[in-house]
Design a binder for this molecule. Structure first.
Ligand SMILES: Cc1cc2nc3c(=O)[nH]c(=O)nc-3n(C[C@H](O)[C@H](O)[C@H](O)COP(=O)(O)OP(=O)(O)OC[C@H]3O[C@@H](n4cnc5c(N)ncnc54)[C@H](O)[C@@H]3O)c2cc1C
Length: 304
C-alpha cells in the first residue's frame, strides 16, 4: 500500500527524494508497476516518485549522429519518428508492437528497460544498436551503462535504488547497415514475445556481411547476445543459406524455458526461424530494400 506519493518537476528533486526515502521507487507511465499491482503480482511500493512531470526527461534529439532520448520517451514517439524509423529501424519495429495504442502512448523506454523483463521489446534492439543509458544519483553524479549490462535477472537491474535512468543514447549505425526486430506472437496486439530477435548487420563493399550483432528476447533470464550466430554471419555471404545457418546456431546455444506460453522445444524451433527471418529483414534494409515497420508483420508468411 502506497502511503507517500510525490510528483516532482525536476530531476534534482526526484533524485533528492530517492536518496532520502529508501522505500521510494520511480513510476513513469505506470504500465508495468501499477498494472502488476492491480493484477496482484507485486504490491505497489510504499513510496512513489512519479516522474511524468519532469519535462527534461521527455526530450529527444539527434546529437552528433546519436539518438539521445529522455527516459520518458514513449513507444508511440519511437515508432512514429521518421529518424528512428530510418536509422534505428529495429527500435521502431519493437516500439510499434508494444501492447496497444494506449500502452504505446503511456509506456516509456525508461520503464521498459528498468522493468528488466526478459521479454521487454526495446531491449534487444538497443543491445544490437550499441546503446547506453545514463543513470544519475544525488552525490554520485551520472554514469553511463551499456544497455547490455543493465538487466541482471528478471525484474532486476544493475542500477542502485537511488539512481534514476535519465537518458538513452543510441549511436548512429555504420554506413551500409540495416537492423530489424521480430517477435513470434500468437496474436497481433496485447501480446508479449514467445521468442524474439534483433539483428544489426553491416555489409561489405562486395555485398558480403562485414559484421553482425544479434540479441535474443525471451529465451533466458535476461536478453542475451548470440555470439555463435554472429560468427556464422561475419564474413559470410548475404544469402538465405547463411541466414539459416546463423538461425540454427542461435537456436543451438539458446537455453529457453518451458512455461504456460510455450515449451522450451517449441521456443528453440521457433527461434531458428525468427532469427533467420530477422537477419533477412536486416540485410534487405541494409541493401535499401523496403521492409515495412513493424517487421514482425512482414515476417508472417515468409519462407524460413
Ligand atoms: C496491456 C499491456 C501490454 C503490454 N505489452 C507490452 C509489449 O508488447 N512489450 C513490452 O515490452 N512491454 C509491454 N508491456 C509492459 C509495459 O507497457 C512496458 O514495459 C513499458 O515500456 C513500461 O514503461 P512505463 O513507463 O509504464 O513503466 P513503469 O510501470 O512506470 O515502471 C516500470 C519499472 O521501471 C522503473 N522505472 C521507470 N522509469 C524509470 C526511470 N526513469 N529510472 C529508474 N527506474 C524507472 C519503475 O520503478 C518500475 O520498476 C505491456 C503492458 C501492458 C499493461
Amino acid at each position: 500500500m502506497t502511503d507517500r506519493f510525490i510528483a516532482p518537476t525536476t530531476i534534482e528533486d526526484a533524485l533528492a527524494i530517492l536518496a532520502r526515502d529508501k522505500a521510494a521507487r520511480p513510476v513513469a507511465g505506470g504500465t508495468d508497476l501499477v498494472v502488476a499491482s492491480r493484477q496482484g503480482r507485486k504490491p505497489l511500493p510504499e513510496s512513489i516518485v512519479a516522474i511524468h512531470r519532469i519535462a527534461e526527461l521527455g526530450q529527444h534529439a539527434v546529437n552528433d549522429g546519436s539518438l539521445v532520448v529522455g527516459a520518458l520517451t514513449s513507444h508511440a514517439w519511437l515508432a512514429g519518428s521518421a529518424e528512428v524509423r530510418r536509422h534505428w529501424t529495429a527500435l521502431a519495429d519493437a516500439a510499434a508492437i508494444v501492447g496497444s495504442p494506449a500502452t504505446r502512448a503511456t509506456g516509456t523506454i525508461g520503464g521498459n528497460l528498468m522493468n528488466a523483463s526478459p521479454a521487454a521489446e526495446t531491449t534487444a534492439p538497443l543491445v544490437v544498436l550499441g546503446a547506453n543509458v545514463m543513470l544519475r544519483a544525488i552525490g554520485r553524479g551520472s554514469r553511463i551503462v551499456p544497455v547490455a549490462n543493465l538487466a541482471v535477472g528478471p525484474g532486476r537491474t544493475s542500477a542502485a535504488a537511488d539512481e534514476l535512468l535519465t537518458t538513452v543514447i543510441v549511436p548512429l549505425p555504420p554506413a551500409a547497415s540495416g537492423s530489424a526486430y521480430i517477435r513470434l506472437e500468437y496474436r497481433r496486439a496485447m501480446e508479449i514475445a514467445i521468442v524474439g530477435a534483433a539483428v544489426l548487420v553491416t555489409l561489405a563493399a562486395d555485398s558480403s556481411i562485414a559484421s553482425a550483432r544479434i540479441a535474443l528476447t525471451a529465451v533466458g533470464p535476461t536478453i542475451v547476445r548470440a555470439p555463435d550466430a554472429e560468427a556464422v554471419l561475419a564474413g559470410g555471404a548475404a544469402d538465405p543459406a547463411t541466414f539459416r545457418a546463423a538461425g540454427a546456431a542461435a537456436a543451438a546455444t539458446a537455453r529457453p524455458i518451458d512455461d504456460v506460453r510455450a515449451s522450451a522445444d517449441y521456443r528453440g524451433a521457433m527461434l531458428a526461424v525468427v532469427v533467420t527471418r530477422t537477419i533477412a529483414a536486416a540485410v534487405a534494409r541494409a541493401r535499401g530494400d523496403a521492409i515495412p515497420i513493424p517487421a514482425s508483420r512482414w515476417a508472417h508468411g515468409q519462407e524460413a
